[in-house]
Design a protein around this ligand. Structure first.
Ligand SMILES: [Zn+2]
Length: 214
């Protein structure tokens, strides 16, 4: 297969809709799907489409959430399982164009919390998702260790100085996510990587481009 153009950090990134369509033609599992279509009724609070995020800038032009097809389907299974407990998911971020990762690093150059642009983020591959749990009827978030994008030690999934209900909620979130193939990372309780993420390429297409291609 032809190798795409390398970016200044030497990464191979899918940057054109043509390259993306070629990938999908070779392997339909590569398709980026709109979470609101795959999981009807899912709650979203896409913070990077607002100024209510650590950059204080509007990064995304639309409050959209895309993930690779198998990742979105696994997340639907999480949502369906949560319904038994009258709970659901609220999505803060999913696929993130690589350009946004560059901007995050400019604003906050700490690779404990912001992806290193030399490697890219698993969000850029459509294989990572930031989320929390809500009560299905009220939409109220369950108590968790910190708010989303709190860059403090309390966000570490191992952090223990927390009340019993918060520990229980976090444990439940991790166990149901793990059951469907999602793994936590060491710094952010809200972030999950989907198993097999390395098989998916980094991407720098806008939400508009993806929506047009779907
Ligand atoms: Zn994340």
């Amino acid at each position: 297969m032809k190798v795409g153009k390398l970016n200044p950090y030497g990464l191979e990134i899918t940057q054109t809709i043509k390259a993306y369509n070629d990938e999908v033609r070779l392997n339909p599992q590569m398709r980026m799907v709109d979470l609101e279509k795959t999981i009807p009724g899912i709650r979203m609070d896409i913070r990077y489409a607002t100024k209510n995020n650590f950059t204080k800038e509007v990064i995304y032009t639309e409050p959209k959430a895309f993930l690779r097809k198998p990742v979105a389907e696994a997340l639907k299974k999480v949502q369906d399982s949560l319904a038994i407990y009258r709970l659901g998911l609220k999505i803060f971020d999913a696929y993130r164009p690589y350009a946004a990762t560059l901007r995050f690093y400019e604003v906050y150059p700490d690779t404990n919390f912001v992806a290193n642009p030399r490697k890219g983020s698993r969000h850029n591959r459509g294989c990572a998702v930031d989320l929390t749990l809500i009560e299905l009827t009220s939409g109220k978030e369950l108590s968790m260790p910190t708010p989303f994008d709190d860059f403090s030690p309390k966000a570490n999934p191992e952090y223990k100085e927390l009340s019993e209900p918060v520990l229980t909620n976090r444990k439940f979130l991790f166990s149901i996510m793990a059951h469907f193939g999602f793994k936590p990372i060491s710094t952010e309780w809200w972030h999950f990587d989907y198993s097999g993420w390395a098989d998916y390429k980094l991407m720098d297409l806008s939400f508009e481009e993806l929506a047009a291609g779907n």
